[in-house]
Write a protein that binds this ligand. Structure first.
Ligand code: ACO
Ligand code: LMR
Length: 274
């Protein structure tokens, strides 16, 4: 019965007009009976497919490892400040989510994009680093961390690498990224392959192994589908930080003025945080 009036919306992922909701044509009763996991549901609703167990479990690992990184990071800080201003759950976690971007948690798509481009163009790691510096003129997305370094390695990256090397049918892009990391860490010890970078390149390897065409992977990256993994993971932690503030009944937060340099007369541009 497709010959009916033109609709304003088209939906290809779920249907609530039948006896029970379906996700990609599968009734939720069947989804429950077949013991689909939360990550299987992500496969259905984001990518319209049931991923094989190794891929579904990788998504599960990403969610576990990105769920939180303490109260000091941008997202948790914003959520806590907002909660203390008396706002509700949705407003508080939204303000945290809004910090996810190119420097914090949201470098996954760009990391996937640039490492994939470099690998496909057979760029030597050294040449890629120079290209990003001189041509793109941006920090390499997926490289660098404020506190993690070769001397203080990020366990999360180790766990991701371990999973990919043991369970993935192909590890091409993560291997390339690790060669790039050798170059960047030889310049500065904190220029490691970070969580965003490790997730970004591993997701490309995952979709390559799932036989996605390059064009389709590029479209996913361009739409922000890879950053979505950090958003879904970190939302768990943001809710935790919001509930913690309320549980502790914390008062309004006001930043200490002795931690702010008031300098109205100055013409200097302050480019770096202290
Ligand atoms: N590529 C190349 N050089 C870099 C990079 C990078 N990704 N990151 C830092 N540098 C260099 C800077 O150019 C600077 O060099 P200089 O001292 O010669 O001027 C030096 O390292 C210090 O740079 P800062 O920006 O001060 O380093 P900071 O510790 O503040 O940066 C950050 C941390 C923001 C993560 C940075 O490394 C970056 O922008 N990385 C790319 C974005 C990214 O991957 N973000 C996700 C981080 S992981 C997460 O949020 C879960
Ligand atoms: C995070 O997961 O939030 C981080 O790696 C960012 C940070 O500064 O620790």
């Amino acid at each position: 019965n497709k010959a009916r009036k033109k609709t304003h919306f088209v939906c290809t992922i779920s249907n609530d007009t039948k006896e029970e909701i379906t996700y990609c044509n599968m009734p939720i009763t069947e989804i429950v009976e077949k013991k689909y996991t939360v990550t299987d549901i992500i496969g259905l609703l984001w990518f319209k497919q049931k991923f094989p167990v190794w891929a579904s479990n990788f998504i599960d690992l990403i969610i576990k490892l990105t769920a939180d990184h303490g109260p000091a990071v941008s997202g948790a800080h914003n959520t806590r400040v907002t909660a203390r201003a008396g706002k509700d759950l949705t407003a508080s976690i939204a303000s945290g989510i809004l910090t996810i971007g190119p420097r914090f948690g949201g470098a996954i798509d760009a990391a996937a994009k640039y490492f994939k481009m470099a690998y496909e163009n057979k760029m030597e790691p050294e040449d890629f680093v120079e290209y990003m510096k001189n041509v793109e003129k941006i920090p390499i997305p997926g490289i660098g961390h404020r506190i993690k370094s070769t001397k203080n390695p990020d366990k999360r990256v180790g766990l991701l690498k371990n999973y990919v090397f043991n369970k993935f049918p192909t590890c091409k892009l993560i291997n390339y990224a690790l060669d790039v990391e050798k170059v960047t860490t030889s310049k500065k010890e904190n220029l490691i392959l970070n969580v965003d970078g490790a997730i970004g390149v591993s997701l490309v390897d995952m979709f390559w192994a799932l036989n996605y065409k390059n064009k389709d992977i590029d479209n996913l990256i361009q739409r922000g589908a890879f950053n979505a993994f950090f958003v879904i993971g970190r939302t768990i932690g943001l809710i935790g930080h919001y509930l913690d503030e309320k549980r502790l009944n914390m008062p309004l937060y006001r930043h200490p003025v002795d931690d702010i340099l008031y300098d109205e007369e100055s013409t200097i541009e302050y480019s770096q945080e202290v």
